[in-house]
Every structure is written in structure tokens, then in C-alpha cells.
Design a protein around this ligand. Structure first.
Ligand code: ATP
Ligand code: MG
Ligand code: MG
Ligand code: MG
Length: 564
């Protein structure tokens, strides 16, 4: 690309509203321009990076066996009425009417559309599992659009939806997606953490967020690299309560069978159910057959631990739910008033497995449910927001670090929230209708562009990691318009690199060298080749690395080999 044909659009001034460095640099480097609140035009350099990010996401999704589709941005309201989200979603959902006064929404996410697609296209268990994704524009009428495209109203998301016959199959795909997300963020050269998360308005139970670490991040995440524990702080389990589980502390135990309601059980023990509730889900192994178990621990004020063991293969992470209301929403019934056996318990965790083996097992086979109630006189809910850096982690290993993170990805085990409401099922092997279970997996493709800048910049501008740079090489001929041999050398190198498929930004403007250097540094091109009279006397040019600042002389003939 020649700058003379390009829309470079760099600028010195930063708009006052640009609070964070990525927003400032995206404006100054000519990557985006604001159209209205939360709405941005992508200029050529910005779009190149956006496409690079999307390409990496697409490659890795394809590699993981997901299949690309493309759904409309505009979605009919009746699908949202069917799922129940027409009433639930709130003002972030932009609702519009067509000329016939029919209701539509601009899609903030596509669970409804994909579920309606799969219920018509997939009829047999033989077509499953299936993981469909798209890279597409979303609209959310954010209450406070800010930080440029980091929290836009219109933004690009990769959203994937998987469909399964059962939860263990879902858990496998969830794990594949988890690993895929790790590969994606690693390929982009980002410093990130996967953390346990709340599943919010999307629904479902098990959920992880992927956060790029940056001081400007809107979330606080607690993690310990030595123990591997990581959670969004709003979800970090109370350390006190978890220590109790992992140490298997002696407790008063009574066994409740599935015919007794929890209320009856409480009163038989002389205890009262309390509204304050924490739910932790854990995973263990049984002694005898080494099977994997999942347990749900419910804690009320007197720390009632109701444990359900269930055969499941996946590994995720502990989940703490801080209110009865939330637990009810996640479990599909109120665990304090309903029989927990009727609750859906798709949450899985790899957590204090050894201690749990004692706690859960020895009491039945994988198909037998056991409920123990354990009381300890201690407050049930520690204030999760009071977790501090340096605290031990909830898994008893390593010290917690607390840092700010930018949420760039979010994966969920949805279960049957949508498939149930929208009647999405198939004929099973035995010929019965079976409702599907679903996962969904989002990546903020456009947000990643800003998040990458938050982690990769200096006082001169952006420093792109090679895999997402708008151009790999900046070719900067000094005073080319006065020197034929500089022009010839620049043209020759440009031609060679272009033939090799290297993306070069050839600065052929009639500008002073200082202006060119500043622009290329601001845009963040990782490698520069500077062509000047003095070095050409020795058939050499200067190479400069944007990140390290390192400079070296290269023979003209060696340039393409060096930077390719
Ligand atoms: P946030 O907590 O930042 O509001 P979210 O949890 O509402 O995000 P999800 O529903 O999990 O978002 O959507 C998947 C991904 O889409 C997010 O992880 C994030 O990277 C991206 N995303 C969400 N909202 C925006 C937005 N307004 N602008 C840009 N990207 C966004
Ligand atoms: Mg949001
Ligand atoms: Mg979020
Ligand atoms: Mg999210």
C-alpha cells in the first residue's frame, strides 16, 4: 500500500472525551472516527487490524470444528417473545418497528435466531453435536458508551452456539472452546486470564470470561498464577466457606433423601432455612471406580451444605451465587424451598477434588444421589468484594493478585434455557423427542483491537504485535522525490516484499522524514526500513524494530529475507 493512495488520517489532537489511551491512539492513528455516541466508522488502518483479529478468530474456530454462518442483525420480536427475553432484556435491547408496525430488535446476541434455525434444520441425533458461529455486527444500547470502540453501541462479535444431546457432550465442547479461546488470545500476543464468571442476561450456569489485563479495565479479577485459580471479583467465592469445604472439617451431618422436602428436613433438624445463600459447585472422584463426581454445596445462614453428586466428565470451576434469587434463576427452581434433586445442576468445577472425595463419596454409585446437610455456626456469605490482593486463594494455594481486566471473551454452558422455551429438539436414538442442551461462546472482536492497544503502546504510539498489525513493514524513503536512486531502491524493495506477500506501507508522500517516522510509529507498524543517501553509498538501509527500538544496517539485497 502506498500512502499516496491511502487514507492515513493521522492527527495530533486528541478529543477531550477520549479517556483511555487506546481511544486516544485509535483516533490519533487514524483507525476510527466517531459518527455518534457509541457508533464509529472504521478507517483503513483500523479495519485492517479488525480483519486480522477476525481472521485469527475464524481460523481457530474452524480448527476447533465450528462452522461459520451469517445471521441477520435485525430479528423479529416474536422469537424474543418465545424465549422470554422480550420482557427480560431491558433498555439495552433496541426495538424497532417496520412499516407494518411489526416489532423487531437489533440483535445484541443471537441465541433466539440460532435456536430457531437449528430447530428447523436439525431433526436427528445423528446431526449432533453441532457448533455454529458467525462474526457479525451486534447492537446494544449501552447506558454509557465509552472508551471508543471498547464499549460501543454497535460492535463486532464472534458468537458461537453449540447444540448437544446431553450435558456431558456440551461440557466437552465447552472445554474445546475454552482451549480455543486460549489459543486465540495467545496468537494475538495478549496477556490475558480466563476467570470464573457470572452468566448474566444470557442465562445458563457454568461460565468463564477471558480478560485482557489492563489498568483501564472495567472489571476487577482475582487470580493466582501459582495455583491457577482465577475469578471475576464479583464471583470470587468466599474464602472462609471454601476453606471449610476443602479441609473437610468435621461437621454435623444428617442425610436427606429425595422424598423429603428441604423445609421438612430443616425443621426435623431444628434448623431454619435462611434467605442468604451461596452455591458452590465442586468436582471430585469416587474412591472405588475413579468416576468423576460433581457436587453442589448450598449454604444457608447456618451453612447448610446440601450435596448432590452427579456423573459428569467436564472440568470447569467453582461458582458462587450470592443470592437466593440468583440461585433460583440459575438452577431453575428455588433450592431453599424446592427439592434440590429437582434443580438442574449443570455446573461443574475442578475444585478441591481430593478433599471432596471423602466428603461426597463412599456413599453410593454414580447413579445414586446423596444429600448431606452439614451445619457450622459461621456467617454464610463473606463479602466477596472485600477480597484483597495478597489473600490466600480460595483453593488454599498461592496468594491472590487483583488486577483490572477488559472482558474480551465469554463462554457459557447455557443448558436448555432457549431450547426448552423454543422447543428445539431432535429424535433421539430410541426415537423419542429430546430437547437439546446448548452452549454459547462470544468474543468481542472489535473490543480486542482496543484491548491490544491498552497493552501495547508507548509515548510515541501503538506497538502492534505482529499477528494483528495493520502492516508488517513501513518503508520510509527519505527525500525520495529528490533522489532517483532512493526512489529506485524503495520501489524495488516494495516490489520484492509485496511479491513475498508481506504487507508493506510504502510512505511515498512528499513529507519530511520526521513526519513519516512519527506517523509510522504512531500507527505502530512493527518493522521499518529507512532508505537514506548515506547508507545507500554502502548499498545498505536501516532497519528499526518498533518494540525494542533496536536499529541495524541491512544490505539492500538482504532486506526481504530479513523482514519476511
Ligand atoms: P460487558 O460486561 O463489557 O458489558 P457483556 O458481558 O455484556 O460485556 P457478553 O454478552 O458476554 O458481553 O458478550 C460477549 C463479548 O462481547 C464480551 O465478552 C465483550 O468482549 C463483547 N462486548 C460486549 N459488549 C460490548 C460493547 N458494548 N462493545 C464492544 N464489545 C462488547
Ligand atoms: Mg454488557
Ligand atoms: Mg460482562
Ligand atoms: Mg459477558
Amino acid at each position: 500500500m502506498r500512502t499516496s493512495n491511502y487514507l492515513l488520517s493521522t492527527q495530533k489532537e486528541t478529543p477531550a472525551e477520549a479517556e483511555v489511551i487506546s481511544h486516544q491512539l485509535m483516533i490519533r492513528a487514524g483507525m476510527i472516527r466517531k459518527l455518534a455516541s457509541g457508533l464509529y466508522t472504521w478507517l483503513p488502518s483500523g479495519l485492517r487490524v479488525l480483519n486480522k483479529v477476525a481472521d485469527i478468530v475464524r481460523e481457530e474456530m474452524n480448527r476447533a470444528g465450528a462452522v461459520e454462518v451469517l445471521m441477520p442483525v435485525v430479528q423479529p420480536a416474536d422469537l424474543w417473545q418465545e424465549s422470554g427475553r422480550w420482557d427480560e432484556y431491558g433498555p439495552e435491547l433496541l426495538r424497532v418497528k417496520d412499516r407494518q408496525q411489526r416489532d423487531f430488535v437489533l440483535g445484541p446476541t443471537h441465541e433466539e435466531v440460532i435456536t430457531s434455525l437449528v430447530r428447523t434444520e436439525v431433526n436427528s441425533y445423528k446431526q449432533l453435536p453441532l457448533n455454529l458461529y458467525q462474526i457479525q455486527t451486534k447492537f446494544r444500547d449501552e447506558v454509557r458508551p465509552r472508551f471508543g470502540i471498547m464499549r460501543g453501541r454497535e460492535f463486532t462479535m464472534k458468537d458461537a452456539y453449540s447444540f448437544h444431546l446431553d450435558d456431558s457432550c456440551l461440557a466437552k465442547t465447552y472445554e474445546v472452546m475454552y482451549d480455543t479461546y486460549c489459543r486465540i488470545f495467545e496468537r494475538m500476543g495478549l496477556d490475558y486470564r480466563a476467570v470464573i464468571a457470572d452468566s448474566g442476561a444470557i442465562g445458563g450456569s457454568v461460565s468463564h470470561e477471558f480478560h485482557v489485563l489492563a489498568a483501564s479495565g472495567e472489571d476487577a479479577i482475582a487470580f493466582s498464577d501459582s495455583s491457577g485459580y482465577a475469578a471475576n471479583v464479583e464471583m470470587a467465592p468466599a474464602p472462609v466457606a471454601d476453606a471449610q469445604v476443602s479441609s473437610g472439617a468435621p461437621v454435623t451431618t444428617a442425610t436427606k433423601d429425595s422424598n423429603t422436602s428441604l423445609d421438612a428436613f430443616y425443621s426435623a433438624q431444628g434448623k431454619q432455612a435462611n434467605q442468604a445463600l451461596t452455591v458452590t459447585v465442586v468436582k471430585g472422584h469416587s474412591d472405588d471406580d475413579a468416576e468423576t463426581w460433581v457436587a453442589l454445596v448450598l449454604r444457608a445462614d447456618h451453612t447448610l451444605n446440601s450435596v448432590k453428586a452427579e456423573k459428569l466428565e467436564s472440568v470447569a470451576a467453582p461458582l458462587t451465587i450470592a443470592s437466593e434469587e440468583k440461585a433460583t434463576q440459575l438452577l431453575g427452581c428455588n433450592p431453599l424451598s424446592a427439592n434440590p434433586l429437582e434443580c438442574k445442576l449443570p455446573v461443574v468445577a475442578d475444585y478441591s477434588a481430593a478433599a471432596l472425595a471423602d466428603f461426597i463419596c463412599g456413599a453410593g454409585t454414580a447413579d445414586t444421589y446423596l444429600i448431606n446437610a452439614n451445619w457450622q455456626e459461621q456467617p454464610a456469605t463473606a463479602d466477596l468484594r472485600n477480597v484483597e490482593a495478597g489473600d490466600a486463594s480460595p483453593d488454599g494455594e498461592g496468594a491472590l493478585e487483583i488486577k483490572r481486566g477488559i472482558e474480551v471473551g465469554h463462554i457459557f454452558q447455557l443448558g436448555d434455557k432457549y431450547s426448552q422455551a423454543m422447543n428445539c429438539g431432535v429424535l433421539s436414538e430410541t426415537g423419542k423427542h429430546q430437547t437439546l442442551t446448548m452452549g454459547c461462546y462470544g468474543i468481542g472482536v472489535s473490543r480486542i483491537v482496543a484491548a491490544a492497544i491498552e497493552q501495547n503502546h508507548d509515548k510515541f504510539g501503538i506497538i502492534w504485535p505482529d499477528p494483528i498489525a495493520p502492516f508488517k513493514v513501513a518503508l520510509i524513503p527519505m527525500n525520495m522525490h529528490k533522489s532517483q536512486r532512493i526512489k529506485d531502491t524503495a520501489e524495488a524493495i516494495y516490489q520484492q516484499l509485496t511479491d513475498l506477500g508481506v504487507e508493506v506501507l510504502f510512505d511515498d508522500r512528499k513529507e519530511r522524514p520526521g513526519v513519516m517516522f512519527n506517523d509510522m510509529e504512531l500507527i505502530g507498524v512493527p518493522h521499518s526500513i529507512v532508505i537514506g543517501e548515506r547508507n545507500l553509498d554502502n548499498q545498505q538501509v536501516e532497519y528499526k524494530n518498533r518494540r525494542s527500538g533496536e536499529k541495524q544496517l541491512l544490505d539492500v539485497d538482504a532486506v526481504s529475507e530479513f523482514v519476511r
